[in-house]
Ligand binder design. Structure first.
Ligand SMILES: *[C@@H]1O[C@H](CO)[C@@H](O)[C@H](O)[C@H]1NC(C)=O
Ligand SMILES: *[C@@H]1O[C@H](CO)[C@@H](O)[C@H](O)[C@H]1NC(C)=O
Ligand SMILES: *[C@@H]1O[C@H](CO)[C@@H](O)[C@H](O)[C@H]1NC(C)=O
Length: 608
């Protein structure tokens, strides 16, 4: 009886919460909702960021992610929904939440999400969250996305600030603030290795303006002149740029740009480089490593401070000599803290529950291994595996500068990421632009299971701007679904290709002349695929209910027709069947002539 009553209660709660979560269908809805405004809130920035990193599958109203939130990347973590602020989920689903900028892993979020957090103490600076629902077994897909906000200075959430995000809104953001619409061509200038972020930043800033977000928000503009610092209330955040990059010797390079009016209004301008050190959850302790008196409004300086996680540039501004000599507090403006991984999330080690990340520690290149706790025999399985450190991605596998066996890495952390242990090795190689690490399975040199994005590399210029804006940045290097983001072949009713288990290959159903067609994506590095898939075939089925042997027609993978040069990383092969396309039609990839080794099947075709 009690249980029944509880069920009924839960059911009512469910109804209440479902009916009360409003849905935002387009940018107008978002603007009218007032969500995420004004400065220093960051909810609108989270929505924009998310839109850059998912592919919307319109048929199924789902999103595909190019990172795995279960790994805690970007600070994603399980959200229990205890207050039932979001609709209840089935027991096979959970919510994950991102946006708490307190988390160390949230350091990987772009500068435009984090900017106001640093120079503010208002509770609004960290109240917004984005939540996604995940299926138990497919953490790379989500069907529902929400935004919400904490009540000010409290732990609970505000139901009148809770909204569901319709996939149409995400699509509209991608299309409206696309690179082409803003005339940003990422191929025009490869010298600027920060350009990727800059284009995203510019597009985000347009988005913010047009959704009514003002970064120059002043509580009382008339007060402006009375303040000691003209920037303490209405600050010129947009204009100041402080940044730490890498010299060729493992030291930090300071880059700055300060608006002319700030240069004019202050007598002395200093830039400090400080080292933040974190112990548990407390505020960091900060030590000043060096400082510079600045005369020019912009410039770059090689410093003698070793590149390290937690370095932070800050601007100190003095209005007069007395302000300086009498030890009056200067106005301080904090630049972005340097992230040890340079905001690049770990890359999957192919075939294993483990990932690899390049990390800067005291000026040296370090490697981090993330090993899933359930992968308990990893020291046996990866006994001969090693991580090579390379000065350049062009170096041959045996041209490493130094290396270390995976089993010799030291565990540095087994608590911050719930299901993972983190191991690290600090190499002797000075960190420099272009440095890369690779994970090799055994003592041979041809079994590379992971390679990182070269440090501060131009290679990441394969940005969303190169790809007609349909795909998110592949620089987020979660290698598993990377081929989802390959450009040209997006005609398959907007259904992304599905990975063929264990192999660097994908399968997609599409239609041509009314017939069901299949497309294979074979990664260019998968050179012996014709041997591996010699007996493999693709079956065409009128329905997902059909047993494997009741295909309508089939074709061997090796007999598919090669389509031109394919994409950057994949060769593309196609086959047009005689089966008429119709709702329910699907294709399956079978490993060999037996009928029981299905590696993958596509979603059944949907009409319209
Ligand atoms: C989900 O994963 C579990 C354990 O890995 C497995 O037993 C279960 O069959 C999977 N469910 C589906 C729907 O694939
Ligand atoms: C909840 O959000 C509404 C709308 O923004 C706001 O008026 C209200 O003050 C918020 N409640 C709390 C407790 O912060
Ligand atoms: C972390 O590692 C230490 C030492 O190896 C061990 O005592 C502790 O139980 C581990 N904690 C977790 C959560 O695995």
């Amino acid at each position: 009886m009690g249980a029944m009553r509880l069920c009924f209660l839960l059911f009512c709660l469910f109804l209440v919460s479902v009916s009360s979560v409003k849905k935002l269908n387009n940018i107008d809805d978002l603007r009218n909702s007032g969500y995420g405004r004004p400065h220093p809130r960051h909810g609108l920035q989270l929505i924009f960021w998310f839109a850059q990193r998912v592919v919307v599958d319109q048929n199924n109203n789902r999103f595909s992610l190019n990172f795995n939130p279960i790994e805690h990347v970007y600070g994603f973590h399980l959200f229990r929904n205890g207050e039932v602020i979001l609709p209840l989920l089935s027991s096979r689903q959970s919510y994950y939440s991102v946006g708490n900028l307190n988390y160390r892993h949230a350091n990987a979020l772009p500068e435009y999400v984090r900017r106001f957090y640093r120079n503010n103490n208002l509770p609004e600076r960290n109240m917004d969250r984005l939540m996604i629902s995940l299926e138990e077994n497919s953490s790379l897909r989500t069907s529902r996305v929400f935004v919400t906000a904490h009540n000010r200075n409290r732990n609970d959430f505000n139901s009148s600030e809770t909204y569901e995000i319709d996939p149409a809104l995400i699509l509209q953001i991608r299309q409206t603030y696309s690179c082409t619409n803003y005339g940003i061509s990422s191929t025009s200038n490869h010298d600027n290795d920060n350009e990727d972020d800059d284009t995203e930043e510019k597009r985000c800033s347009q988005f913010l303006t047009e959704t009514g977000y003002s970064s120059n928000y002043c509580k009382n503009p008339n007060n402006r002149r009375k303040k000691r610092s003209p920037y303490s209330q209405c600050n010129a955040y947009e204009g100041i740029k402080l940044q730490i990059k890498t010299t060729t010797q493992g030291y930090s390079k300071l880059i700055w740009k300060i608006p002319a009016d700030i240069m004019k209004n202050y007598k002395y301008l200093y830039i400090d480089i400080c080292q933040n050190t974190y112990s548990s959850d407390q505020e960091p302790t900060q030590v000043r490593k060096t400082y510079f008196l600045i005369h020019e409004s912009s410039g770059a300086l090689d410093t003698s401070v070793s590149l390290n996680d937690g370095l932070q540039p800050q601007l100190r501004l003095y209005t007069s000599s007395s302000n300086y000599y009498l030890f009056n507090k200067p106005y301080l403006w904090y630049g972005p803290e340097f992230d040890g991984a340079n905001k690049v999330i770990p890359i999957r080690i192919k075939g294993f529950d483990a990932s690899l990340q390049l990390y800067a520690g005291h000026g040296k290149a370090c490697a981090r291994l993330y090993i899933k706790k359930t992968f308990s025999d990893w020291k046996t399985v990866l006994y001969y595996s090693w991580v090579g450190f390379y000065k350049s991605s062009q170096d041959k596998n045996d041209g490493y500068d130094t290396y270390q066996y995976a089993v010799n890495f030291a565990m540095i952390d087994n608590t911050t990421i719930k299901n993972y242990d983190i191991y690290q090795y600090d190499s002797s190689l000075a960190m420099a632009p272009g440095v890369q690490i690779r994970f090799l399975l055994d003592k041979k040199y041809n079994n590379v299971l992971a390679r990182t994005t070269p440090w501060e590399s131009d290679e990441k210029v394969t940005s969303v701007c190169d790809k007609g804006n349909l795909q998110p940045k592949p620089s987020s290097t979660w290698s598993y679904p990377e081929f989802f983001y390959e450009p040209e072949f997006f005609d398959a009713n907007n259904v992304i290709p599905i990975k063929i288990q264990m192999y660097d290959a994908g399968l997609q159903l599409f239609t041509k002349d009314g017939k069901a067609c299949a497309r294979l994506y074979i990664k260019k590095s998968f050179t012996d695929w014709k041997t591996t898939f010699y007996y493999s075939w693709v079956g065409f089925y009128t329905s997902s209910q059909e047993a494997h042997k009741y295909y309508s027609t089939y074709q061997y993978a090796v007999d598919f027709e090669k389509m031109g040069d394919g994409t950057n990383n994949f060769d593309v092969y196609q086959f047009k069947s005689e089966l008429a396309i119709a709702p329910g039609v699907e294709v399956r990839f079978l490993m060999d002539k037996s009928y029981d080794k299905k590696l993958v099947e596509t979603e059944p075709w949907k009409s319209g």
